[in-house]
Design a protein around this ligand. Structure first.
Ligand SMILES: Cc1cc2nc3c(=O)[nH]c(=O)nc-3n(C[C@H](O)[C@H](O)[C@H](O)COP(=O)(O)O)c2cc1C
Length: 176
């Protein structure tokens, strides 16, 4: 199925708004939206899709948003097979207030789904961001799309548009 499953976790509603924005940009007819808190039972929900976009804000000090914690733990134990799946990750953070742990959740999702066999795409140059430290950078790029609604909301629409353009290479639904 070339349809995209967009799964997000959000505590105060920011990731939810961004997920809805991304779904509108892609088209609701080709992108199904799931809130990890209410709509997720187990990895089978994700495995229905060959193309996934995962949204997760960062909390604590570089940790994943609460509703992703148990699913990630369960998947670490059960090791569902994500080979053949294409995954892109986005998430909001705070590059000033949490500059030493900027968007740490992206790296956690990236490492886990890659270890489960997924192809993770949509890496973004770190040059467009200012922050002190992030564990979500591999080979000079963020492993997904960082967004920052606290300090740089004016950049969000352009960042999303550029990212979706980049994802066209791997997500057939974006070029249909
Ligand atoms: C207690 C607390 C801890 C946070 N920790 C981080 C962090 O470690 N790294 C980061 O980039 N942002 C951090 N943030 C910022 C949130 O990720 C940001 O506000 C995000 O937009 C929240 O999205 P949500 O409402 O979808 O959960 C933190 C915010 C709070 C209130």
């Amino acid at each position: 199925m070339t349809k995209i499953g967009l799964f997000y976790g959000s505590t105060s509603g920011t990731t939810e708004e961004l997920a809805e924005k991304i779904q509108r940009a892609i088209g609701a007819d080709v992108c199904d939206l799931y809130n990890m808190e209410d709509d997720f039972d187990d990895a089978e929900d994700l495995l229905k899709y060959d193309y996934l976009i995962l949204g997760c804000s960062t909390w604590g000090a570089g940790e994943v948003q609460n509703s992703w914690r148990e699913p990630l733990f369960d998947m670490e134990v059960e090791k569902p097979d994500f080979s053949g799946k294409t995954i892109a990750i986005f998430g909001p953070g705070d590059c000033e207030g949490h500059s030493k742990h900027f968007v740490g959740a992206l790296g956690i999702l990236h490492d886990q789904f890659k270890a489960l066999g997924a192809k993770v795409v949509g890496a973004v140059s770190a040059a467009d961001y200012s922050f002190e430290k992030s564990t979500s950078i591999r080979d000079g790029k963020f492993v997904g799309l960082p967004l920052d609604e606290v300090n740089e909301s004016d950049k969000t629409d352009r960042r999303i548009a550029d990212w979706l353009e980049l994802l066209k290479a791997d997500f057939p639904a974006l070029t249909a």
